[in-house]
Design a protein around this ligand. Structure first.
Ligand SMILES: [Zn+2]
Length: 153
């Protein structure tokens, strides 16, 4: 049902009203009055349906506006970082301006970053073979193990 259906009820109402005014007998008037009431009820139903559709459309627009704002915010945040090699074959997102020893700088999970989240990689352990960085995002939990950090290029 759409606005066309609701608007189509208006000529029907007008026609019934016109006939009602011209009715000669009481029985005809009663029958036309019933038609008139049915047409009004149908128009009210259409109007309510349109109001519901409008409310849903407004809600969808608001949701999409919020999503767009979040995507724009994320794109801006994401643009501050780039993929950097922190160890042999190990890549993380880091601040574009970062320099020095990767071990001492904030590193972010590449998997999470590609999924639209910024998750810090924590130095989880230093063990006999090297070090491990762990993503603390519960849905990711990426674990990067390597022998030692490289100086940032
Ligand atoms: Zn992650």
């Amino acid at each position: 049902m759409g606005i066309e259906t609701a608007l189509s009820a208006l000529p029907s109402l007008a026609t019934v009203a016109e006939k009602l005014l011209g009715a000669k007998s009481e029985a005809d008037k009663q029958a036309l009055l019933l038609d008139f009431q049915r047409a009004i009820i149908a128009a009210q139903g259409e109007t309510m349906s349109l109001q519901n559709q409008l409310a849903r459309a407004r809600s969808d627009i608001e949701r999409l506006q919020r999503e767009l704002e979040q995507r724009e915010d994320w794109a801006h945040e994401r643009s501050k970082y780039e993929v950097r090699q922190v160890a042999e074959g190990v890549f993380c997102f880091m601040d574009k301006a970062a320099s020095g020893n990767a071990k001492d700088l904030p590193k972010y999970c590449a998997t999470c970053m590609e999924r639209g989240r910024k998750s810090l990689l924590q130095l989880h352990a230093e063990f006999y073979q090297g070090v491990a960085l762990l993503c603390h995002d519960q849905s990711c939990k990426a674990r990067l193990e390597f022998s030692d950090f490289l100086p940032l290029a």
